[in-house]
Design a protein around this ligand. Structure first.
Ligand SMILES: [Zn+2]
Length: 96
């Protein structure tokens, strides 16, 4: 249970990181393509929407012990409901 939960968390966190990195790349690409202001803005707004959705998905991660939302912030280290630490989930999730 903890292991599956941790894998799910890592997947979500990596997605947010990948999106953040590619946001910089897309920004550089937009600057080179010179599609015009309207197209630039549309791509940027679309990207921000995708990024916010991924961020929301990450904060929607459920605590493996109490089954409630772990925390409303990406950097929450302990469950807001049962005080389970993220490092404890990680330790079990990695098979220690
Ligand atoms: Zn909890």
């Amino acid at each position: 249970m903890y292991r599956r939960s941790w894998r799910s968390y890592v997947l979500r966190r990596n997605l947010v990181v990948v999106l953040f990195v590619s946001f910089v790349l897309v920004g550089a690409l937009i600057g080179k393509l010179k599609l015009g202001e309207a197209a630039d803005l549309a791509i940027l707004l679309g990207w921000i929407g995708v990024y916010l959705a991924a961020g929301w998905w990450l904060t929607d991660w459920k605590c493996p012990r109490c089954g409630k939302v772990f925390g409303h912030r990406l950097w929450t280290q302990r469950c807001i409901s049962c005080d389970l630490g993220k490092d404890e989930v990680e330790a079990v999730g990695r098979g220690k």
